[in-house]
Ligand binder design. Structure first.
Ligand SMILES: Cc1cc2nc3c(=O)[nH]c(=O)nc-3n(C[C@H](O)[C@H](O)[C@H](O)COP(=O)(O)O)c2cc1C
Length: 204
């Protein structure tokens, strides 16, 4: 099982994180989701919690977990994937800002970092954002996308979150070099089978 931390930030593309969790799990990955406060405006933590079959972490000071969550997740990750990654998050990481759970975790991890930016075309082309991306690349962090596509702001332009399958492929290349991603299981003819849940069994 490949341990992946999926960071989700406040972009309209955050809804695709649900599909990303599903696809990563099909590839034998265990996914722990960490959401920024703003990401919760776009997708409910419950969706990611059910799909990942794990708690979703949103607060640095949650009190729900007796461990220091950001360092525990940082240590257990084979890869930290941030998809979608906002201009704000990219800017914070480029400047070493650690003011929430996700940014603290990124500073604390030794795992590779893969960012999938998504934003308005003019935001993406802004010199500050481009400088920040360059700075992160220089540190060895990887990027996938953004792609050209139909943006929520009405433009057909660069800024679209990369395709989920492309993100999964890039994630596996970093987390488990040499392993290929298998195609998504889509047959409507398939018999219904129940996969074993990793959720804890209820006591009787
Ligand atoms: C409807 C809406 C869509 C947004 N989409 C994006 C986006 O795709 N990319 C981005 O960088 N910011 C986007 N923003 C702005 C971010 O939500 C904002 O910068 C926020 O502070 C990001 O916080 P975070 O990086 O901590 O998640 C959007 C804002 C709104 C209201």
């Amino acid at each position: 099982m490949i341990e992946i931390v999926l960071g989700v930030t406040g972009s309209i593309g955050a809804y695709k994180a649900a599909d990303l969790v599903r696809r990563l799990r099909e590839q034998d990955c265990a996914v722990t989701c960490v959401m920024t406060k703003e990401a919760r405006e776009f997708i409910a933590p419950l969706t990611l919690e059910v799909l990942s079959e794990r708690p979703v972490y949103t607060d640095l000071f949650s009190g729900r977990d007796p461990h220091v969550v950001h360092t525990r997740l940082a240590d257990q990750a084979k890869l930290v994937l941030i998809a979608p990654a906002t201009a704000n998050l990219i800017g914070k990481l480029a400047h070493g800002i650690a003011d929430d759970l996700l940014t603290c975790l990124v500073l604390a991890t030794k795992a590779p970092l893969l960012l999938a930016p998504a934003m308005n075309v003019h935001m993406y082309h802004h010199p500050t954002v481009q400088d920040n991306i360059r700075a992160l690349r220089k540190l060895g962090h990887r990027f996938i996308g953004p792609a050209v596509g139909s943006l929520a702001c009405g433009y057909e332009a660069i800024g679209h979150l990369a395709e989920v399958d492309e993100i999964v492929k890039a994630a596996l290349q970093l987390a488990a070099p040499g392993r290929q991603s298998s195609p998504p299981a889509r047959s409507s003819q398939a018999k219904a089978t129940r996969r074993p849940s990793r959720a804890p069994k209820r006591r009787r």
